[in-house]
Design a protein around this ligand. Sequence first.
Ligand code: UT7
Length: 320
Amino acid sequence: MSFSILGTGHAVPERVVTNDELSHMVDTNDEWISSRTGIRERRVMTTESLTDLSVAAAKNALENAGVTPQELDLIICATIQGDYLSPAEACLIQKELGASCPAFDVNGACSGFVYALDVADGYFARGRVKKVLVVASEALSRVTDWSDRRTCVLFGDGSGAVVLGEGDDLLSLRLTTTGNDQVLYVPAFRGKSPFDQTVKECGDYIYMNGQEVYRFAVNSMFRELKASIEEAGLTLDQVDYLLPHQANLRIIDTAVQKLKIPREKVGVTIQKYGNTSSSSVAILLDEMNREGKLHPGDILAIAAFGGGLTTGACVIRWSR
Ligand code: UT7
């Protein structure tokens, strides 16, 4: 026993920040950002908390699934950092929804949504749950150095959610980790212990060696997609939609060319939202669902990669 997706939802902040607006803050321009990344604008939190977005996405997904919060047996939130380090973001979602089930967070960085799906799959396999809410929520605007043009143009905030029920629609799922804190990291809050003698000079904000991560992303997306489709016992031409992590349109295009997947089968939202880390694939899934693109029996291939370094890929049959 694994799971089926019963419903999807998403929420993004109201505030739109365009490339032109950023060009007044740092030495950049729309031409550079859109040609190098595909991003035209992103959403950034102003008056919203991450919990506001998470709960809105969760409510959308529950409504879409026809499931009440009281029916939930588990809530998992994928995030690198919720509104608090503790309580977990999932606990705040549980409270606001009025649910009564266990709730915890999973940190798989940009691959976190797939990591959370894998955790959920284990609960279904052990017969411990009948309905699970998975939310992927990120507030990267809080960890971005808005004076650093190499990173501040890339990221956005958002939340995506799915409600899972018993079923057999997860056809394969693969996770990989290559431990690395050199090419992509977000420093932790370290406090001011008078006993701490370690020196860690890693700044206060997200750091990324873009070219190194780019190479990792292109290779891993190609390799993991191919492997997960094979593990599902399918061939590439049987995939109806590819849902890639939205980090850079050039990364998506390169992987798609290597795999020889027709462009119309590939979901893209990066132009509107930038890179929203773990929530990017969940938001994309909800948009495709609400646009009526997905039909019962469709085969969806999801591929994500990011800090860790992590990858997460899976193949899911859409059966709603
Ligand atoms: O979700 C987590 C995973 N993250 C990713 O997958 C990101 C992977 N990496 C990338 O997407 C790309 O490497 C970036 C979009 C981050 C950068 O694109 P790039 O084509 O690799 O550019 P680059 O780092 O090689 O920089 C080229 C030039 C540099 O100038 P010089 O040294 O050639 O004079 C940069 O200083 O572009 C400059 N530059 C900018 N110029 C205008 C860097 N950022 C900007 C900017 N505006 N915002």
